[in-house]
Design a protein around this ligand. Structure first.
Ligand SMILES: CCC(=O)SCCNC(=O)CCNC(=O)[C@H](O)C(C)(C)COP(=O)(O)OP(=O)(O)OC[C@H]1O[C@@H](n2cnc3c(N)ncnc32)[C@H](O)[C@@H]1OP(=O)(O)O
Length: 508
């Protein structure tokens, strides 16, 4: 009896120790792991597995990773949360097993997964535990990839994600990073210096701002753990529990800016404007959740609601690099389209595009293969797609932004729209370059060019586009939202055309 009581006391003490965790005072800018979970889940809803992991051997609380399920706005969600105080959140044998088990459960029960990552990656003094075997880090990555496109996976990067651990965020759909604390890198600056001789800092090589603006491995930068976790909760409201479901419809709200001034989209094709001003007039007020807002900003991608229905918006941004598509913006759009398609979210393309960028630099970067990636994602998407030509729609950029041949449910155009292989001036110059060069008198040359440009403009005339069924409707700016509301509602009964279970959200 006494011995038994002793065992109960031991267990109670081990539980208390694991829950208390280790001293966090060395990291004043970070929230302790259990405080993070309190912010993530609805009050009192968290149910933990494996609290006593490692209690008997080294006594490392929960073996450095807290796993379980909890509710976010009432929906059941699985979590993996590293404890940075326990061997820097590194993955030992038991920690790997816990992460594997919760991912297997998410796969079985179709639960979204939130990752609160703060980890040194594999636990280097336990290599047999995490590295070579069937239930180590490789199994974690395998399950993450299997879950991709099957259930939403959302990551808050709240500290380091070092070495192999850097792949954990990489396999998720969205990565919010906390400035100053979050970092992601395959080798630390110290290791990089040893290998390549390069001297650098953690911020420069793997910091939040670098990843959110240069590499594209991060999605958004936040000032604190609380802000990042709040954004993860919000993002989940746009996503269904799994590929089998549709996102929940919210209470409809009018757009933030109901009035659409005539000059919002300037008729001069070269005059910049901010496409966010158009988005604000189309989506419900306050509903636009931009994805990768600091990276490849000539393309704007985000989730929003139109009369409560979730849509993806893919828009060229004429105020940045004329809205031309570069390698990164093609990748950004491709990945976003893939996310929308995986989770049954219709997509609205807002076109104002001079084309893909041209020149030696982008050819050397592989603009063709990056552009192809975007076209493949767009053409493979089975969710309803709607194309809105705001102003210019030129060249292969027009195709990549869901031209009529790619079966959008509708191609709509503002009265300011022009569609063509290139701008009329460029087209006239390309066709008649030799003739133009032969005309010596400048006035005569200008008149000749003007006539050829006028011919080209007539060729791409919007009335002709309507008459030849290139566009389904020319819509006045002030009516565009209502048009989209009606067309989205009319597409409500859509279903996938092919018998496909799910697909991976392709990495950028
Ligand atoms: C799948 C393949 C892989 O992932 S191999 C993993 C390779 N990982 C690495 O190279 C990362 C090495 N660690 C680091 O760079 C730093 O610890 C980072 C992550 C930046 C965190 O720094 P900081 O918060 O200052 O903590 P710290 O370095 O003082 O460490 C705290 C305690 O944790 C330990 N620790 C750290 N990393 C590991 C690890 N990978 N494996 C085992 N233990 C690790 C440290 O030794 C330290 O332990 P202690 O508290 O002194 O007992």
């Amino acid at each position: 009896m006494t011995a038994q009581l002793g065992r109960r006391d031991d267990v109670a003490a081990a539980r208390a120790a694991a829950l208390a965790g280790l001293d966090t005072s060395r990291w004043p800018a970070k929230l302790p792991v259990r405080d993070r979970l309190t912010l993530l889940f609805d009050p009192g809803s968290f149910v933990e597995d494996g609290l006593l992991a490692n209690a008997r051997s080294e006594g490392l609380p929960a073996d450095g990773v807290v796993t379980g399920v909890g509710r976010i706005e009432g929906r059941l969600v699985a979590v993996i949360a590293h404890d940075f105080t326990v061997k820097a959140g590194s993955w030992g044998e038991l920690g790997c097993e816990k992460q594997i088990r919760i991912l297997e459960r998410a796969d079985r029960d179709l639960l979204p997964v939130v990752y609160l990552v703060d980890s040194a990656g594999g636990r280097l003094n336990d290599q047999m535990g995490f590295f070579p075997g069937r239930r180590g880090a490789s199994r974690i990555f395998h399950l993450q990839v299997r879950l991709s496109g099957r259930v939403p996976q959302v990551c808050c990067l709240l500290g380091p994600s070092a070495a192999g651990g850097a792949y954990m965020p990489a396999f998720t759909d969205w990565v919010g990073m906390v400035e100053g604390n979050a970092s992601m890198y395959l080798a630390s600056p110290r290791v990089a210096e040893k290998v390549t001789g390069e001297v650098t800092t953690l911020e420069e090589m793997g910091g939040a701002r670098m990843h959110a603006t240069v590499s594209g491995c991060g999605d958004e930068v936040f000032g604190s753990d609380g802000e990042a976790i709040a954004a993860a909760r919000l993002l989940l409201t746009y996503l269904p529990d799994s590929f089998r479901d549709r996102p929940a419809v919210a209470e409809p709200r009018p757009p933030a800016l109901p009035h659409w001034p005539d000059d919002l989209v300037p008729s001069d094709p070269n005059q910049p404007y901010d496409v966010n001003d158009v988005i604000d007039r189309i989506v419900d007020e306050g509903s636009f959740f931009e994805i990768k807002s600091g990276w490849a900003t000539e393309m704007v991608c985000g989730l929003g609601r139109i009369e409560g229905r979730v849509v993806g918006v893919v828009a060229n941004q004429p105020s940045v690099r004329s809205g031309a598509i570069f390698v990164d913006s093609a990748d950004k759009a491709a990945r976003f389209i893939s996310l929308c398609d995986a989770f049954n979210i219709p997509i609205v393309f807002l076109q104002d595009v001079p084309g893909f960028m041209v020149g030696v630099a982008v050819e050397r970067q592989g603009i063709i293969r990056h552009g192809a990636k975007m076209l493949v994602a767009m053409a493979s998407a089975e969710v309803p797609r709607f194309t809105v030509v705001l102003r210019k729609a030129y060249a292969a950029g027009y195709y990549a932004m869901c031209a009529p041949g790619f079966e959008p449910r509708a191609t709509l155009a503002l009265p300011t729209a022009t569609i063509g292989t290139m701008a009329p001036e460029a087209s006239a110059n390309a066709m008649y370059a030799n003739r133009i060069a032969q005309i010596e008198d400048p006035g005569e040359r200008a008149a000749f060019v003007a006539r050829r440009v006028a011919e080209q403009e007539a060729e791409v005339n919007l009335l002709r586009m309507g008459s030849d069924l290139v566009v389904d409707a020319v819509v006045e700016p002030g009516d565009m939202r209502a048009e989209l509301v009606a067309r989205l509602a009319a597409a409500d009964g859509w279903d996938r055309t092919r018998d496909r279970r799910h697909h991976v959200v392709s990495p950028v």
